[in-house]
Design a protein. Structure first.
Length: 299
């Protein structure tokens, strides 16, 4: 059974002057309904303001909630913060937190949004407003739901915001495997970063993952994995610089879930990046990721 956290407000019209379109989040649900796996949908609540401010600068949170984000910050984010953007920016962290709670029960659950790993303390960036991964991880530990959390970021872009917000914490391990020459230009320091050269294909990518992940799981021994499951390492991705195939993404996700399952570690995934002119093809990649992770969790 695939447990998916989704809210209709995840889908929002494109904001004026931005190429970023929020329709992907609706198209992913269309793809899931088309494939029709056994699935249960769950509706998230907005993340309470206090938990957002536990990670982000309260002044920045106030700017978002009152729709007064200064133009320089909106440019850094990549789109204006409208009423609908503000609402989904509260729901997305709530969805990641809810997916983690479901994963603790079922072994795996997916937030059909989230993965806003570029958002920093006092500003959003790179199409990210609030950092749902950092917010959810902090809340889960603070409320005693986990002692140690691994944020496994396999998006093609480095999780610089997550690394910056959680720097110095011994109870949260941030691992980012990304294209070194891709956005952001200035990388933050994760607990462990592996920057890949352009054009890395399936075999080389998987070899690095196979060498890297088991020691982290064994040495750090997390109670929970928050998995940034971006599909933008795909060779057809508009903003990626790697060359994975559909089969490569499949192998990547199944390996992550198998390694977690044999250690009895629940996994909650966030969608992260995936960009291209064929919007439905990207949506199907995200949907396929959720389905195979649920299959491996139940194996």
């Amino acid at each position: 059974m695939l447990h998916v956290v989704h809210h209709p407000a995840y889908v929002s019209p494109a904001t004026p002057g931005s190429r970023f379109r929020f329709d992907k989040y609706g198209l992913v649900m269309e793809a899931l309904r088309e494939i029709a796996p056994p699935m249960t949908l769950h509706t998230p609540d907005p993340m309470p303001r206090a938990w957002i401010e536990a990670v982000h600068d309260p002044d920045y949170v106030e700017e978002v909630l009152t729709l007064t984000v200064p133009p320089p910050k909106e440019r850094r984010i990549g789109f204006p913060v409208t009423e609908r953007v503000m609402r989904r920016s509260l729901l997305s962290p709530g969805g990641t937190w809810a997916a983690a709670q479901l994963a603790r029960i079922h072994g795996f659950a997916a937030n059909a949004a989230g993965g806003s790993h570029h958002a920093l303390a006092d500003s959003g960036a790179g199409y990210c407003v609030f950092n749902d991964l950092a917010i959810a991880a902090n809340r889960l530990i603070a409320e005693g739901e986990a002692d140690r959390i691994l944020i496994l970021d396999l998006d093609v872009h480095q999780g610089d915001g997550t690394a910056s917000l959680l720097a110095g914490r011994s109870d949260i391990f941030t691992l980012s495997i990304h294209a070194e020459k891709n956005f952001p230009v200035r990388k933050a320091r994760s607990t462990l970063d592996i920057g890949l050269p352009d054009g890395v294909e399936d075999a080389a990518y998987l070899a690095i993952l196979y060498d890297t992940l088991p020691p982290v799981l064994d040495d750090f021994a997390p109670d929970l994995i928050l998995y940034q499951a971006g599909v933008d390492p795909h060779g057809d991705d508009r903003l990626g610089r790697l060359a994975l195939t559909d089969a490569g993404l499949d192998a990547r996700d199944r390996y992550v879930m198998r390694q977690a399952r044999v250690r009895a570690i629940p996994v909650a995934s966030t969608m992260g990046g995936g960009y291209g002119e064929d919007r439905m093809a990207v949506a199907h990649r995200h949907a396929a990721c959720m389905i195979r992770m649920a299959q491996e969790a139940a194996a």
